[in-house]
Design a protein around this ligand. Structure first.
Ligand code: BGC
Length: 885
């Protein structure tokens, strides 16, 4: 009998704060093979037991089990909804009802926002990075009749909200970072259990955050506004259907907090002596607190977040206490991460704990802070002196593995320190292990690069004075990230901001949310070159939505981004000359090793990089137009794509088929983006291998060439070279970093050079996910779990594993939206044992590229094909044995 084991709304099992009807999806489990769903029905209720059913769906004859729009329901604000599903399969068997997925609605219409934005700050606070307190006392006479209570809350700045002393939700750094003037997220929390009869108190702490804090490498404050402000609307639903609403308004009171300073880059200073015990409970009267004032902010910008808030995702205990040669006391957490240090301490009032957070020790084993540039990453806590005190910061986070303890009173005990890992809450979907421990460590590093940099927006790095949503980095890493974690909602949010921050002509800012425009006068490159529209960076506007479509099969993101995608293609067209695209400042093959001494710009000419991406993005956009049935657009952009390719070939290939630019990256792009005339493909591949051999098998590529290097080789018959490149151990290579003890991926191949010295401190992050983009090769090629764009979201997919690299086994699982896809191969002599798992209601094409003969097919009907053997399989687990060529 089939069972529905995972029901999701927008791919999440629960949504807290819903403004638009989500899409529904589920995973089916069955012991049978070749299971297909033939029909489903759903029910929606406002109670978990489904006693009062709002919508009783009829059986629908359909194979569709994901991305199903919930169209028939009229939602009401501030309500709980439960949804369940039952399915029937091609064996004629019917499942039981699934466990319900649930959602809480937000404030559905702008006019329902009765609350106002309020602040305890004045314009004199514009240069302050302290946090303020806000509170409101109110009386509930009918608490026993409360059916449910939800609070919808957001801030200009960062907030923590409390009800009668209990923190609402477990999120951190809310409401996150968006293009605030267009798109401000609010969070919705179920606070039913926190309300009492009689007096109740709501309290909030507000910090500067991205909104008014000191941001960007040119450092400027108040990009969005000068005063932090809170908006909060508590909706209490009574059993008799009536409602009571408590809103933020001028009746609230304000006060200074114990957080004297809090900044994203610089850390936090907290004086516990200034705490007001019980400030957010009825134990405090609020007497002496100051009045608050209203702040104007367009309420139609408020959008429910629903999921993927930043949270405490893990705790890590120290692995060592070090005294450096210079005599500093340093705690090693053994893992480069983003988050906080939480500590316990006892001492006298006025004693201090002061911590500096950093990534690496220098060659002599001393504290290395230089690569943080101006980011101080310092937290300071002043004790109140009342027994054991436990503290972590609130409105900042640090990127670190090591912590220098500058002050700490009393007895040393490493157990008093814990690193709290923060990142956007996403489900891990990729699992990888193999017989090569260094490759496993590389996978670990890539995963931790994601964790460290998916802190609400996809950032370049989490430690120095950037932490910005650099579009290029997010574009390069998007596919890898989407194998590792369920990124649909994370990227949908960020792409919304990309859309809002795009220039009227369709140009795409270098960072999203854009805080560089208008503030880069001091920056040499950006003051001249502008703050938008660099090839490979701006192409995130097209590549990321398309990747969401491939990985999750969902057309919503494509629909929402369609105009933005088109805007970007049209921008390029407007600035192209005879289809060769180039525009102002280009980052090109950023930080490639073939750059001139002291330069960040790799040797591949910009015209080539730009035109290659112009072709690629135009092709993807034409495909998107086709998916969305925009036939005219498809015809137009497909023809444009063909014209760009023709022009690329004319402009960059010699008549005899040589690429004029003799760089690895030029050859990689031409091959991977299919810009090579068929008759020159072999030659182009051979030259790429030559260019590799000129460096003894090493890459010299930067941000643009690196992600596709292994693909360009393995797609063109050079599988041995692809494996060798991946597994190179000496500088420059991925495993060089691993061998040097990296726990995340470095920004530079030579972040730490073989002689122990460092790359220039002005640009030397040790947690930069960009080069981790090779992760997708592990999933798509080594394991061979590849999406099929004709049936995206892994409804149908390809399993085409590639043994090699001297690995005796490799084991990979990708949790697709239909269920776990598994590939395990084991090589013993000339025999390969291949285990494959295909989820119910999906199918796959299995291709054995290096198979000479199939010994054991486990019921699969393999046929000879040009590549080796191929077969179509339905769901189930299969064990195949074949002999290598
Ligand atoms: C960032 C990069 C980014 C680049 C753009 C750097 O400062 O850290 O990752 O893409 O600038 O050139």
């Amino acid at each position: 009998m089939p069972a529905v084991i995972r029901l999701t709304l927008n791919q999440e099992s629960a949504l807290s704060g819903v403004q638009q009807l989500p899409v529904l999806g589920w995973e089916i489990e069955s012991r049978n093979r070749n299971v297909r769903q033939t029909a489903y029905r759903l029910q929606i209720s406002q109670d978990q037991d489904f006693d009062n059913i709002l919508l009783r769906g009829e059986w629908q004859e359909s194979e569709c089990s994901n991305n199903i729009p919930l169209t028939e329901l009229m939602l009401t604000s501030s309500q709980h909804y439960f949804i369940r599903v039952q399915v029937r399969d091609n064996y004629g068997e019917t499942s039981g009802w699934s466990s319900p997925a649930q959602m809480i609605t937000g404030v559905l219409y702008p006019h329902e926002w009765l609350a106002d934005f309020i602040t305890a700050e004045t314009s004199a606070d514009k240069d302050n990075s302290h946090a303020t307190l806000l509170r409101k006392s109110f009386v509930l006479n009918r608490a026993q009749d409360i059916q449910s209570a939800f609070i919808h809350v957001s801030a200009l700045g960062l907030y923590e909200l409390y009800l009668n002393g209990h923190k609402a939700g477990e999120d951190a750094l809310t409401p996150g970072w968006t293009s605030y003037h267009n798109h401000l997220l609010y969070q919705t929390y179920d606070v039913t259990g926190h309300l009492e009869k009689g007096e109740n108190v709501i309290g909030a702490i507000l910090g500067a955050g991205w909104y008014k804090g000191d941001m960007g490498f040119s450092r400027h404050r108040n990009y969005y506004g000068e005063r932090s402000a809170l908006i909060s609307q508590l909706v209490i639903n009574y059993n008799d259907g009536s409602q009571e609403i408590v809103i933020s308004d001028e009746s609230w009171k304000g006060q200074d907090s114990a957080i004297l300073f809090s900044e994203i880059y610089d850390g936090e200073i907290y004086d516990a002596r200034r705490e007001i015990p019980g400030w957010c409970t009825k134990d405090v009267s609020g007497e002496g607190w100051r009045p608050v004032s209203l702040v104007t902010h367009e309420k139609s910008t408020l959008v429910a977040q629903g999921s993927n808030t930043v949270r405490k995702m893990a705790e890590i205990k120290p692995v060592a206490l070090i005294t450096t040669p210079q005599g500093d006391t340093v705690i090693d957490f053994g893992q480069n991460l983003s988050g906080w240090v939480e500590f316990r301490v006892s001492g006298k009032a006025g004693d201090e704990v002061v911590l500096r957070h950093f990534e690496v020790l220098d060659a002599d084993g001393n504290v290395y802070l230089d690569n943080l540039r101006t980011a101080r990453q310092r937290t300071a806590y002043v004790l109140k002196g009342e027994g054991e005190e436990i503290w972590h910061p609130h409105f900042t986070w640090q990127g670190f593995r090591f912590v220098k303890v500058e002050e700490y009173p009393g007895q040393w005990d490493l157990n008093n320190f814990t690193a709290i890992v923060l990142h956007s809450a996403m489900e891990q979907t990729g699992h990888f292990a193999c017989s090569n421990p260094q490759l496993n460590q590389l996978h670990h590093n890539i995963l931790w690069g994601l964790k460290g940099n998916f802190v609400d927006v996809p950032t370049d790095c989490p430690q120095r004075d950037e932490r910005l949503g650099w579009t290029g980095d997010a574009q390069i890493f998007c596919r890898t990230a989407s194998y590792l974690m369920q990124t649909r909602n994370f990227f949908a949010k960020w792409l919304t901001d990309l859309r809002y921050d795009q220039t009227p002509e369709g140009g795409v800012p270098h960072v999203i949310p854009d805080i560089l425009t208008g503030y880069c006068g001091k920056d040499r490159l950006l003051s001249e070159g502008g703050t938008h529209s660099a090839s490979a960076w701006a192409d995130a506007a097209v590549i990321n939505p398309w990747t969401m479509y491939l990985m999750y099969g969902d057309t919503c993101v494509l629909e929402n981004q369609y105009a933005s995608m088109k805007g970007w293609i049209d921008f390029m067209t407007a600035h192209a000359e005879n289809h060769i695209w180039h525009y102002k400042l280009q980052f090109g093959d950023w930080v490639a090793l073939d750059a001139k001494e002291g330069s960040y710009f790799g040797a591949t000419p910009n015209d080539l990089t730009c035109t290659a991406y112009y072709a690629y993005s135009t092709q993807l956009f034409a495909k998107a137009a086709k998916v969305l049935n925009r036939t005219e657009d498809y015809d137009h952009y497909h023809a444009l794509y063909q014209a760009i390719v023709r022009r690329f070939q004319e402009a960059f290939f010699t008549p005899s088929g040589q690429l004029a630019a003799r760089t690895q990256t030029a050859h990689i792009l031409a091959l991977y983006f299919n810009l090579v005339p068929d008759e020159f493909r072999q030659r182009t591949t051979d030259t790429l291998v030559e260019l590799l051999n000129e460096h003894d098998g090493h890459l010299v590529t930067g941000f643009v060439g690196t992600p596709y290097f292994c693909h360009a080789l393995s797609q063109n018959g050079r599988t041995k070279e692809a494996w060798n490149l991946l597994l190179k151990e000496d500088f420059p290579s991925w495993l060089y970093q691993v061998k040097a003890g990296a726990t995340t991926v470095w920004e530079h191949w030579d972040g730490i050079k073989p002689d122990g010295s460092m790359w220039s401190a002005d640009m030397n992050s040790f947690n930069h996910y960009a080069y981790g983009a090779v992760g997708e090769w592990l999933y798509r090629v080594a394991a061979g779990i590849e999406a099929d764009e004709a049936q995206p979201g892994f409804k149908h997919f390809i399993i085409k594993p590639l043994t090699g690299g001297g690995l005796s086994w490799l084991d990979t699982r990708y949790q697709s939206i239909y269920g776990a896809i598994g590939v395990r191969w084991e090589v013993s002599g000339q025999t390969v044992f291949l285990n494959v798992t295909v989820p119910a209601n999906t199918s796959a094409t299995v291709v054995l590229t290096d198979g000479q003969s199939v010994q054991e097919a486990d019921g699969i009907d393999f046929a000879r094909c040009a590549e080796g053997y191929t077969a179509e399989v339905g769901s189930g687990e299969y064990r195949i044995e074949y002999r290598l060529v």
